[in-house]
Design a protein around this ligand. Structure first.
Ligand code: NDP
Ligand code: OXD
Length: 306
């Protein structure tokens, strides 16, 4: 069995060495143009040439959860596409999302500014019931985030394509319940995959349905947000602020209005990082399962787009 590694923006050698150690019977190599055909691939943002040359792959394992960029490439229909399934990301996403919500709810930025100015100040405590939080996408990451928020006793709503039942979370499903979901929330956390159906889903109309003083936390993909609509709603006061971890162009260009906007917190696509050791263990386990003819979780449905 031959496994090839093609991970741009990451060092390929530690992936190659880790996979080799986990699957000693396999030959694992770092891909170069013209390399021999492999059975399996481990990829992140590979060039189109990679899939043109490696048309006989049984499966390509993405070293991230989101496959929107991968699905833009021409990949042989016989190649299964498998995404990371948690692999240590959901706990990171839960801590990041809870931090963003609590920082806003407890007005910690305001306190920090006061302290820096030498002011000992108090603000009237906000009522938790006035800050219902909505989580868009109740998959591996969104469900963990929604559950984590219930621990802090926020009213939590969730929205997904298919109906869900999650303790302590008021679940809404499908387009028919989307507007009711948005109108129920003051804080909105996005954890949807980027697909043709979800592109630009956070726009003037949809964000306008949030309760006044809404707060947006985008942890999924920049293509979900219409940037100018978000800025306009912040400037008009309908939205109180936003924490943005993902952008249409990454790194976020220096001239982009998000950088200096007083109501926006920017983080550099870091809310849930790929953890190499956990990911290698997961991918190696799935390669072994596929070799035994078993099904694996995290296989992408190309038509659905995630
Ligand atoms: P999953 O595939 O497990 O979950 C996706 C969820 O979105 C599911 O609940 C799905 O519904 C729902 N969904 C998809 N399409 C629609 C739709 N049209 N309408 C309503 N709901 C929809 O993905 P993950 O939770 O693992 O990851 C989510 C995204 O997070 C990734 O695609 C990626 O873009 C982003 N991400 C960002 C990271 C970062 O560091 N910023 C790190 C990792 C991931 P259903 O359950 O019914 O299928
Ligand atoms: C991912 C990501 O999809 O890092 O895993 O965004």
């Amino acid at each position: 069995m031959h496994i090839t590694v093609c991970v741009s923006q990451q060092k390929p050698e530690p992936w190659q060495q880790g996979l080799q150690a986990a699957l000693p019977e396999a030959t694992v190599s770092v891909w170069q143009p013209g390399a021999p055909a492999a059975d399996f691939a481990v990829v992140w943002a590979p060039p189109q040439t990679f899939f043109d040359e490696q048309a006989g792959l049984k499966a390509a394992f993405n070293t991230g959860a989101g496959v929107d960029a991968l699905l833009k490439l021409r990949i042989a229909p016989t190649t299964r596409i498998v995404r990371l399934d948690d692999a240590g990301m959901s706990v990171q996403m839960a801590e990041f999302a809870c931090h963003a919500v609590i920082r806003h709810f407890r007005e910690l930025d305001g306190y920090e500014a006061d302290v820096r100015a030498g002011r000992w100040s108090y603000r009237k405590p906000r009522a938790r019931a006035d800050y219902p939080v909505g989580v868009m996408g109740l998959g591996v990451l969104g469900e963990r985030v929604a559950r984590a928020l219930t621990v802090f006793e926020f009213p939590v709503h969730g929205w997904s394509r298919s109906p869900k039942a999650i303790d302590g979370v008021r679940c809404h499903a499908g387009e028919a319940q989307f507007d009711a979901f948005l109108s129920s929330c003051r804080v909105l956390i996005n954890l949807l995959p980027l697909t043709p159906e979800t592109e630009n889903i956070l726009n003037r109309r949809t964000l306008g349905l949030l309760k006044p003083g809404g707060y947006v936390v985008n942890l999924a993909r920049g293509g979900h947000v219409v940037d100018d609509d978000l800025i306009a709603l912040l400037d008009e006061g309908h939205l109180a602020g936003a924490t943005l971890d993902v952008f249409r162009t990454e790194p976020l260009p220096p001239e982009h209005g998000f950088w200096k906007h007083p109501k926006i917190t920017v983080t550099p696509h870091t809310s849930a990082r790929t953890l190499r050791e956990e990911s290698i263990a997961q991918i190696a386990g799935k390669i072994a399962a596929l070799q035994r003819g078993e099904a694996v979780v995290g296989e992408v449905d190309r038509l659905r787009g995630y």
